[in-house]
Design a protein around this ligand. Structure first.
Ligand SMILES: [Zn+2]
Length: 191
């Protein structure tokens, strides 16, 4: 699977297509459709009628939670300065695996600030994967744990500080192409 992705909350029930109203309760389900996790948002009625009875594994979903729909507010894009959250969104959009460790650290920062909430922790393809929700927008962030070693952590934290200060794509673009190191990040060494 991808190291990470964002899946936005639907604005209508995926099953009966009724649009969600502001403050309405809805149900978010995650399905394991390898190689991706697929999100489905449905209304209370459809949850009751189609999913609430019977064994979870028979219904085929991996995770479920109930949440409150918040109608989008128009001023969401008004902020230009990169915050930890906008930076994380840009990193995921750019989908450059070199930034996967920085993305992971940003997600941890945002969780500590209670901007993101961990909804689920799963293991896929031998990797720990965190499912975060941004409760205001309802976006789900899927972030794989890059298994940073302690000696890598400091460098990644410096990268994150640098990115937060200068943004993802600083103006000067004429740098000589760097050698991209493709070594896989090994799991934390037990001592
Ligand atoms: Zn419905």
């Amino acid at each position: 699977m991808n190291e990470w992705n964002i899946q936005s909350r639907a604005s209508a029930c995926e099953s009966c297509t009724t649009p969600f109203a502001d403050k309405q309760s809805l149900h978010t389900l995650l399905f394991d459709e390898a190689p991706e996790l697929r999100r489905m948002d449905i209304c209370d009625n459809c949850w009751q009628n189609q999913f609430s009875q019977g064994a979870r594994d028979r219904k085929g979903f991996l995770s479920h939670w109930q949440t409150i729909y918040e109608a989008p507010t128009p001023q969401v894009d008004a902020i230009h300065k990169d915050t930890a959250e906008t930076l994380l969104r840009k990193l995921i959009e750019q989908n450059d695996p070199r930034y996967a460790p920085a993305g992971y650290i940003l997600a941890v920062m945002l969780e500590r600030k209670r901007i993101l909430k961990v909804k689920e922790q799963i293991v896929r393809d031998g990797k720990r994967v965190f499912i975060y929700e941004q409760p205001k927008t309802g976006d789900i962030f899927t972030i794989a744990d890059p298994n940073l070693r302690l000696d890598q952590l400091e460098q990644v934290q410096r990268d994150v500080a640098q990115l937060l200060e200068h943004g993802l794509n600083p103006p000067e673009q004429n740098e000589t192409p760097q050698q991209i190191s493709e070594q896989p990040v090994s799991p934390i060494e037990q001592t």
